[in-house]
Design a binder for this molecule. Structure first.
Ligand code: ATP
Ligand code: MG
Length: 280
């Protein structure tokens, strides 16, 4: 049995008849890191929210999401709350919404352990400082005593990633976890994330626009296009020899250096059949 098995997942919102996710299926094994790439609006965050049980009330869900031995689409919220933050964690696309501005970050992290584990205060604090230090936060004790607004964007994002790893989860979902960071900080944070995931053999669903970024961290890649997975495979193979026109387009537009001076950068539509671009 896989750690996570998503089967024929379909999500619609409100009265809209078009599905935002339309028959999405994939599995994840322990230690596997799947990069999920796709354009803005392709359904990446909706998929992450569906797995985390965080879709709004107006969402209609069909299909199954089996995590460990739980069927998540029908799991009662009480049971879900025991999984979230422990076995199943998420690094959100917007870091500020993930932290409580009125509470010191060390206490927020400690509460996360307290919710899911029986640990004495001293041991809890030590664990928080340990994971902060492992995420490359210098002076972990001072960081733990800070409020979110007293930290830099890079420090905040490291705190959030540390919190997602705190309880040695089986699966971590990262939704564009480093978009807000500059390139050098981004590379360092991803290295640390990689190391920590490997240390606990956690699986990861890593969402990004950036195929290059994904290839550095993921074992496998799935390409989401208009709510459907159009291509999936080992990261190296997909990058070397993309089969779907959309993936070819993504790669070509990502490789700006490959465009000869004076020539126009290709756009996704260049790689799609005419009927898909509204050209008649
Ligand atoms: N609560 C909602 N109600 C109605 N439609 C929604 C809701 N949430 C998302 N959608 C729609 O679902 C589609 C997919 O959105 P989603 O946020 O998953 O995109 P994304 O791939 O994460 O994009 P981005 O790269 O910009 O983060 C969009 O068309 C969006 O408008
Ligand atoms: Mg998104």
């Amino acid at each position: 049995m896989s750690l996570l098995a998503v089967t024929d997942l379909r999500v619609e919102f409100g009265r809209r008849r078009t599905a935002v996710l339309d028959g999405v299926s994939f599995t994840l094994e322990p230690g596997q890191r799947l990069g999920l790439v796709g354009a803005s609006g392709s359904g990446k965050t909706v998929l992450a929210s569906a797995i985390m049980g965080l879709l709004p009330d107006n969402a209609r869900v069909a299909g199954t999401i089996v995590f460990e031995d739980h069927e998540l689409t029908t799991l009662p919220e009480r049971a879900f709350a025991a999984l979230r933050g422990r076995d199943l964690t998420m690094v959100f696309q917007e870091p500020m919404t993930a932290l409580d501005p009125t509470m010191r970050v060390g206490r927020q992290a400690a509460e996360l352990i307290g919710l899911h584990r029986d640990t004495s205060t001293g041991a809890t604090r030590a664990r928080v400082e340990q994971i902060f230090a492992r995420m490359g936060l210098d002076q972990a004790s001072r960081v733990a005593d800070a409020y979110p607004h007293e930290l830099s964007g890079g420090q905040r994002q490291r705190v959030i990633i540390a919190m997602a790893l705190l309880n040695s989860p089986a699966l971590v979902i990262c939704d564009e976890p480093t978009t807000a960071l500059d390139a050098t900080v981004q590379a360092r944070v991803l290295d640390l994330l990689n190391e920590e995931l490997a240390a606990v053999n956690a699986a990861c669903l890593f969402i990004s626009h950036d195929l290059g970024l994904v290839s550095g961290i993921c074992t496998d890649v799935a390409v989401l296009y208009r709510g459907q997975i159009v291509e999936t495979g080992q990261a190296g193979a997909v990058l070397r020899a993309p089969r779907h026109p959309y993936t070819q387009g993504l790669l070509a537009t990502a490789d700006i250096d490959a465009v000869p001076a004076g020539e126009r950068l290709p756009v996704i539509e260049d790689f799609l059949p005419a009927d898909e671009c509204g050209v008649t």
